[in-house]
Design a protein around this ligand. Sequence first.
Ligand SMILES: *Cc1c(COP(=O)(O)O)cnc(C)c1O
Length: 413
Amino acid sequence: MPMTRAQCLEADKIDPLARYRDAFVLPPDTIYLDGNSLGPLPKAVAGCLHDTVVEQWGQGLIGSWNDHDWIGLAERLGEKIAPLIGAGPGQVIVADSVSVNLYKLLATALSLRPGRTIILSSEDNFPTDLYIAQGLTALLGRERCELVILEGSRLMKAIGANTAVVMLTHVDFRSGRLYDMQSITQQVHDAGALMLWDLSHSTGALPLKLDAFDVDLAVGSGYKYLNGGPGAPAFLYVAARHLGNATQPLRGWMGHAEPFAFRPGYEPAPGILRFQSGTPPILSYRALEAALALWDNVDLDQLRDKSVLLSETFIELVQASEVLSDFVLNSPREAAERGSQVSFAHPLGYAIMRALIDRRVIGDFREPNLLRFGLAPMYTRYVDVWDAVAHLDGVMLNREYDTPEFREQPRVT
Ligand SMILES: *Cc1c(COP(=O)(O)O)cnc(C)c1O
């Protein structure tokens, strides 16, 4: 039996994470289930940006690079993210976008496995991950780099003596399916290859253990569960054991050992700092810094427990509803195999999601027919889940999706 609305309200009352909700700006009468695409605004961000613009930039001018340690932000924010992904110090920096970081780290992986040429990935990986690998392949040519993409279940058997790196997204962006990080990383290592995890849909949603599982390389997003703002900078992780030899192709001055020596030749900065390229966008970094401060005392096991109960409740409520009987669960039914989102297939998915958003229940739509709901445990309440499914019932009962307006897709879905 799924929870009743009264039981959801009870669960919210005793939720140890409930106090975090108040740290966010969440518009009234809105149920926000898209924090896996763009996290909501933490209240602390506006003040931090105001101070950064008016004081640090306005009054401090160029001196703020030192006086407010703008120059150290990439490293400082990396150290803040490290405990969220199970990384010890010196292995994480904030830089660029996930796409750009993938480019850097795929090239790093190839250089760490000389003689091996294959990047292996899954065909349902996030498209940018595949496009970036295609771009690197086009640049290097087939003798030096080849992208092989396969259906997920065939991947492990395909790893061979020519595989340099396996690149996978830990939580699938459509289905929310969660890969077994430890077992896959182990199998990839057994074949002598490196493992690169994309943590975009995992970081801030569940505990991660990169060091403990011997992961080689990873990237992740700043604007999803970390709530760093639209286009927030991303992060990258390189295991300490690789840092001595690791190089990357986007050799900008910010990754130089002495950027202000202005010498013509590139010499890499020590350690993880060499994975920086150009000047960081400080306003975006400062927004992310304010957002990351929320994570200081979050118990990630508690976060995961709540995430599991939220998604179980969502699935049980949908499956118990007669009007929703033609919604097909597209996420694993086993909680242990799911991240913090659920998706359902329905032939009218796009129009249904538009009608739901019209009721201020904000999820999103993914091609070809998926309604996707992110259940960010930091600020989503059990009662939000209950109310969201009740709204979905209402949309279907009243055929609110059946209007010409809701059939047209805008540029961002
Ligand atoms: C969101 C997401 C990205 C986004 O990449 P950007 O370059 O930061 O826009 C990449 N990969 C995955 C798996 C994602 O979920």
